[in-house]
Design a protein around this ligand. Structure first.
Ligand SMILES: NC(=O)c1ccc[n+]([C@@H]2O[C@H](COP(=O)([O-])OP(=O)(O)OC[C@H]3O[C@@H](n4cnc5c(N)ncnc54)[C@H](OP(=O)(O)O)[C@@H]3O)[C@@H](O)[C@H]2O)c1
Length: 326
């Protein structure tokens, strides 16, 4: 496939994270020779002076903004000030510098928590700001909504081509398997794997197991982001320069499953033969979170990695890494 970014200077912010590392692999596979990266230690994106120096020296032409302060419910509820402050600072610095240094196109990553807590399902882009947000991660969601609004405002006032992409729950290489701070899929993978090694007879899963969630491999997310940024001018501008609709595109697989089905699938892949016990005294969260992906499908993208195949590949990686640590 022709890749319009192949000869350009492309900055992937947050290239060591789950989303950013997938973006980096995707661009490298697509033959992009001019990818620019900086670790958090080399460039703190919350500091405008450092961002300014970086943009004035490196002059990136395309930006994938995958850097963010990210965490689960616990981190979001105990450190809300850090979540709103750092995310607002990162995106404000990067989006504004991208405008001032003439970046051709920028893609800002958000997440499905920007949609109202009681959003109709599946969630369409037009449901943004139509109802109250889930309270546990409101500071994070508000920062992300401000990022979308900022892209939109810059497009309208300055004619920039900035787009916001909202991926569903991601999994893939470089996921966070921390015992207390990980999301549901890596947490289940870790616990079921440990239970298998310990020959445990059961694994307790939080909640009733009946809530439905959608999962996308991070490589699929990255291919969607590259697809969006590579769209021909006419299609890109139809998204970015509308005055009536935010420059926003959902990225998902269009299918969900219950947490019970997910746990059973992981147990099967891991080879755990014990029982899964669902602890209904623990919170379930929203009953369903599924993105409507008709917009990105209409633009010619679709996911390529079925959940079972994706889980098998991340489990292989996880088991190898876990074995090398013991
Ligand atoms: N994970 C998901 O399921 C998911 C789903 C939908 C959307 N997203 C979106 O994808 C984006 C990235 O999420 P992720 O899951 O990839 O998070 P992640 O794995 O935690 O990666 C975030 C990256 O950003 C870097 N970073 C954080 N603060 C920084 C700063 N001040 N300066 C420079 N770099 C900084 C981190 O570096 P350090 O680790 O060194 O701090 C890390 O490499 C977020 O916008 C998130 O909303 C994620």
């Amino acid at each position: 496939m022709h890749n319009p970014l192949a000869r350009n200077r492309v900055f992937v912010a947050g290239h060591r994270g789950l989303a950013g590392s997938a973006m980096l692999r995707c661009l490298q596979r697509a033959g992009c020779a001019g990818v620019i990266t900086r670790t958090h230690a080399e460039l703190d994106l919350t500091l405008s002076s450092q961002v300014e120096d970086f943009f004035s020296t490196e002059k990136p032409e395309y930006v994938f903004l995958c850097a963010a302060k990210v965490g689960g419910i616990m981190a979001n509820s105990t450190r809300p000030a850090e979540f709103i402050h750092q995310n607002l600072a990162i995106q404000t610095n990067v989006i504004d510098a991208s405008y001032r240094y003439g970046v051709k196109r920028l893609l800002f990553l958000g997440s499905s928590c920007i949609y109202p807590r009681d959003c109709p399902q599946p969630m369409r882009e037009s449901y943004l700001l139509t109802g109250p947000l889930e309270s546990t991660n409101r500071p994070y969601a508000v920062a992300k909504i401000a990022g979308i609004e900022m892209c939109w405002s810059y497009n309208r006032q300055y004619g920039t081509q900035f787009l916001a992409a909202m991926p569903t729950n991601l999994y893939g290489p470089n996921d966070n398997y921390h015992p207390e701070h990980s999301h549901v899929l890596p947490a289940l993978l870790r616990r079921i794997h440990s239970a298998k090694l310990a020959d445990d007879r059961e694994v307790v899963v939080w909640g009733t197991g009946t809530v439905r969630r959608e999962f996308l491999h991070s490589d699929d997310m990255a291919s969607a982001c590259l697809h969006l940024v590579s769209l021909p001018d006419e299609e890109f501008q139809a998204l970015s320069s509308s005055t009536s609709e935010a420059p926003l595109v959902n990225i998902g697989c269009g299918e969900d499953l219950t947490v019970r089905e997910l746990a059973e699938l992981i147990a099967e892949i891991v080879g755990f033969r014990g029982q899964l016990v669902f602890d209904a005294t623990k919170p379930d969260g929203t009953p369903r979170k599924l993105l409507d992906i008709s917009r990105i499908r209409a633009l010619g993208w679709q996911p390529a990695i079925p959940l079972r195949q994706g889980l098998e590949s991340v489990y292989r990686l996880y088991a190898e890494q876990a074995a090398s640590l013991t």
